[in-house]
Design a protein around this ligand. Structure first.
Ligand code: S3P
Length: 171
């Protein structure tokens, strides 16, 4: 049986990795994280790629990763927060994947990314991360808005994963 992949998108700190892990367990899907794949294939961390090769090079690696993953099935694909803003990646994933966008208000995103010390986020490594989050959220709103929206506020990762399982069952 061909099982449509599930793609999670949404701003940094909306819970894509945590929810992705749970969803993969619940559905028996293989969990993949595009940032991790890019780090493994390039042998560099995301901050190193941004610093040494620039954001455009990172976005090109994301496009190559999308093409490889879309050809497979039964994957739970947790994407970097900017990946699904590129129309090319939307077009590549749509035929074989159901795409969900996790959302949270700016203050909550700020709280979560500050708490998440394990993950370096070059785009937020600025003197005013709160201002940058607001700016990026505004700039990205329309593009995130094209995908099925999943509000994460006041919900546990378990509840969010169950909500997505329910939506997939109905599809
Ligand atoms: C980015 C989000 C990051 C990572 C890179 C760029 C973005 O992933 O891909 O730093 O443009 O929003 P997370 O959303 O997993 O933090």
């Amino acid at each position: 049986m061909i099982r449509r992949n599930i793609v999670l998108t949404g701003f940094m700190g909306t819970g894509k990795s945590t929810v992705g892990r749970l969803l993969a367990q619940k559905l028996g899907y293989q969990l993949v994280d595009t940032d991790v794949i890019i780090e493994e294939t390039s042998g560099k961390t995301i901050p190193e790629i941004f610093a040494e090769e620039g954001e455009a090079a990172f976005r090109q690696l994301e496009r190559e990763t999308a093409v490889r993953l879309a050809a497979q099935s039964g994957l739970l694909i947790s994407t970097g927060g900017g990946m699904m803003l590129d129309p090319a990646n939307g077009a590549v994933f749509r035929p074989t994947c159901d795409i969900f966008c996790l959302t949270a208000p700016a203050e909550e995103i700020l709280r979560r990314v500050l708490a998440d010390e394990g993950q370096a986020r070059p785009l937020l490594n600025v003197p005013d991360p709160r201002g940058r989050i607001l700016e990026l959220l505004t700039a990205r709103a329309e593009k995130y808005g094209q995908y099925t929206q999943i509000d994460t506020m006041g919900k546990t990762p378990e509840q969010i994963a169950d909500e997505i399982v329910g939506l997939c069952a109905r599809a």
